[in-house]
Every structure is written in C-alpha cells, then in structure tokens.
Ligand binder design. Structure first.
Ligand code: PHE
Length: 447
C-alpha cells in the first residue's frame, strides 16, 4: 500500500515551468561560477568540455529528472521511491533523493554567502568610491566577517520567506519579467565590452581550446559546473517537475531550459573577460572575478552607478530564483510527510544551511588558511563535495535508474509524443553515454 502524501498543487500554463526551471538554472552558476572556473581552468578547453557535458550528460538527465518528478508528483525522495516501486524495483532508490537534499543544503550554504555579496554590491555600485580600485573594493568586502554574515543572513531570510509562501505564489511570478531583463542587460554589457574591452583576446581565450594543460581535474570541474549550472543531480528539477502540467512536452522543454542556461553563461563570459584583459586583471583570480570586472566597467561607464546597481539587483534576483530551488526539495519532503508545516520545514532547513554558511563567510577572512579537505578552504570544499561529487553521482544514479530500471510504459507515458529518432537517441545517451562518461571522469580522478 502506498502512503497518501500531502499534495503541493500544480502550476498553471506551460510557461510557468519553463520560467521556474530556467530561474533555477540561471543564477550565480552562470554569471559568477562559469567565468571564474573557465578562468582558473585555462579557458577554451574547459568551455568545450563544459558544453559537451551539457549536451551529452546534462540534457538527457534533465529529461529524466522531469519524468520522474512529474510521474510521482512528490519531493525527490518520495518520487524516487514511488517510481522505483511502480517499476518493481528496490525502494532504496530513494537514497538518491537523500543525497540530493544533502547536496542542496551544502550548496545553499555557500550560495547564500556569494548572493549576499551581490546584494552588498548593489550599494557599492550605486555609491562608488574613488578611493579604492575595484580589486581593493572586493578585498574590503570580503575582509569583514560581519559584513559577509550580515548579507548572508539577509539573503537566506529572503529565500526562506519565498519558499515558505509556497511554490505557486512565490516562484512563478517573480521570474517572468526579471529574467528577460537580466538577459538584456547582459547583452548590453557584452556590447559595451566589445567596444571597450579586449574582445578578440576574449574570443581566443574562451573558444580556442588549448588542450596542453587539460588534466583529469579539468574534466571533473567542467562536469561539476555543468551539473551545477543546470541544477541537476540533486532533485531541484525533479521537485519542479512534480508541479509541471501533464500535457507539457518534456523533451523540447528541457532543450529550451538548457539552451537559455548555456546562453547566459556564454554572455557572462563575453561580458566579463574583455574587461579583465583590458584592465590587466588576472583571469584566474577566482571567486571575485565577476565583482571586480563588472565594477571596473561600471566605474568607467556613463550612468555606471545606475546601470551597475541595476545589474546587481537583477543578479541577486537570479540568485534568489535559484536558491529557492535549492531549498524546495527538502522542504517538499518534510512537509509532504507531514513532519512539519511548509513554513517550519523551510525555517529548519534554511537555518541549518545558514549556520553552515558561516564557514564559507569566514573562509574569505579569518579562516582563509584553514583547509577543510586537503588543499581546499571551506568554500572550495563545499563546492567540491557538492558540485564535483554529489551532483554527478546523483545524476549518474538517475541516469542508471531511468536507463535500466524504470518501467518502459511509465517512461513512454511521461515523454508523450516525440520524434522516434530523438527518443532513441535520448535512450542511448541515458543508458550508456551519461553514466559511462560520469563514471570515467570519476575513475580518472582516482587513477
Ligand atoms: N543552477 C544554479 C546556478 O547556476 C544553482 C543550482 C544548483 C540551483 C543546483 C539548484 C540546484 O546558479
């Protein structure tokens, strides 16, 4: 007998899912993470591997997560369990949901600290001080634990408030106008960079791959970034899939979301690196890259104070539409089981993530010398455990489940009508290519 679980309600209209899933996917991962990781990993080769991971691993897994989520209509833990039982296989597949929720909390903990820096930058951009260069400005922001903790707290509170209001009220509406605006502003920044920065050098840096420095680590980092950017491997998209209307087509929807996500990452790279090169800043300077480069541009630009503040407002909102999807799977689970109300579930999990976030905030200053895992400070360790281990592992298990264990009828029912060649291709990718690629990237790390 299956237990009756509380229902969360579905979204109306097909745009709501696309907007919410794009809202989840597009965030700091694209604008903060992608450029700085491409920068520290040498550029073009990383970008190429990243793109291959999006197409060969990311899109097939996104389709699978949506199928499982919508089929079951529950949080990732119960969705995995229920779909496994309906496929006559072990309910232990629910462990994939547990690993996802763990990854979500780890990610949320550092995500909120970085998003807090974005909130802080709204004011920094609006009131520029001539006394500091933009690198020194970033240095000053991260030097103060109180400052980082303050903004981390503000951001986490916002995330909590939206998730406790519920997916229908909180998520859909916000992304509708603001995400396209962010897109336009990024295009504007790319055009600005084209005329005022080292654009040709950027094109070479991002798109002319140099494989001489590629290591097993580059592959792992690019793959982790692909999972992170598409919000895959931890149940965010699965949780959102649960609210997707039954008549919406899964395959084209996944392509739309993945394309928009990739587009934003590329635009961010094209906006940031020309400035970095023109100002002789280091492309491999790490997590401060977007803040330092964009502030340098705004400081030079006419109306830079207004445009800059607006940019960081939109970036904070993009971060918020992602952070709520990090919190949602855990909250959906606790509340559908009836352990806690939605509000208290959101409070409990966000408080936990907030506490863990203190470690990240301190890793920029008082704990900067402290390594939580060998060679990695607190932020890098969280990022490494979540993005490069838990997400790819979760994604690989989802691929294996859908490829080898989930009942055929359940799958075809959910996929609905789709071109047979595309369907066969997807099956091939999900059965073989995705799991084998993830596994070999893991194995090459160990060797
Ligand atoms: N995809 C989001 C981003 O790029 C982050 C995220 C990861 C959100 C995993 C949900 C799940 O910013």
């Amino acid at each position: 007998m299956e237990k009756k679980l509380k229902s969360h309600g579905a979204w109306i209209g097909k745009w709501t899912f696309i907007l919410a899933a794009t809202g989840s996917a597009v965030g700091l991962g694209n604008i903060w993470g992608f450029p700085y990781k491409a920068g520290t990993n040498g550029g073009g080769a990383f970008v190429l591997i990243y793109l291959l991971c999006i197409v060969m691993i990311g899109v097939p897994i996104m389709i699978s997560e949506i199928i499982i989520g919508r089929r079951a209509g529950n949080s990732p833990i119960n969705a995995m369990k229920r779909t496994a039982m309906q496929s006559n296989t072990s309910p232990l597949w629910k462990l994939v949901g547990w690993s996802g929720i763990t990854a979500g909390v780890l990610i949320l903990s550092f995500y909120s600290v970085i998003a807090g820096i974005c909130l802080n930058y709204i004011f920094i951009a609006a009131l520029p001080s001539d006394a500091l260069s933009s690198s020194d400005q970033f240095g000053a922001v991260i030097a103060s634990p109180y400052n980082l903790l303050f903004w981390h707290t503000v951001f986490m509170l916002l995330t909590f408030l939206i998730v406790s209001a519920g997916v229908k009220n909180g998520i859909g509406r916000m992304v509708k106008i603001l995400m396209p605006m962010l897109g336009f502003l990024l295009i504007f920044m790319v055009i600005y960079a084209m005329f005022n920065g080292a654009f040709i050098r950027t094109l070479e840096f991002l798109f002319a791959p140099d494989f001489s420095n590629v290591t097993a680590e580059t592959f792992l980092s690019a793959m982790g970034q692909a999972f992170f950017s598409l919000s895959l491997g931890m149940g965010s998209i699965m949780a959102y899939g649960a609210y997707m209307p039954k008549d919406q087509k899964v395959v084209p929807t996944s392509f739309t979301v993945a394309s928009l996500d990739t587009l934003v990452a590329m635009l961010a790279g094209l906006a940031i690196f020309p400035i970095i090169f023109a100002f002789n800043l280091e492309p491999n300077s790490g997590p401060g890259l977007v803040f330092v480069s964009m502030l340098s541009a705004f400081n030079q630009m006419q109306f830079g104070q207004i445009i800059g503040a607006f940019f960081f407002i939109l970036l904070s909102i993009a971060a918020l539409s992602s952070s709520i999807s990090l919190l949602e799977p855990g909250v959906a689970y606790l509340s559908e089981e009836g352990f806690l109300s939605r509000k208290y579930s959101a409070l409990a999990i966000s408080f936990f993530a907030w506490s863990l976030g203190i470690g990240t905030a301190l890793s920029f200053n008082v704990l900067s010398e402290f390594n939580l895992t060998p060679g990695r400070n607190f932020l890098d360790s969280m990022d490494f455990i979540a993005n490069q281990i838990l997400l790819p592992l979760g994604g690989m298990m989802i691929a294996i489940f859908v490829g080898w264990f989930m009942k055929k009828e359940l799958i075809t029912n959910e996929v609905g009508y789709v071109n047979q060649i595309i369907y066969k291709l997807w099956r091939f990718f999900i059965k073989f290519i995705a799991p084998i690629s993830v596994a070999s990237i893991f194995i090459s790390q160990i060797l």
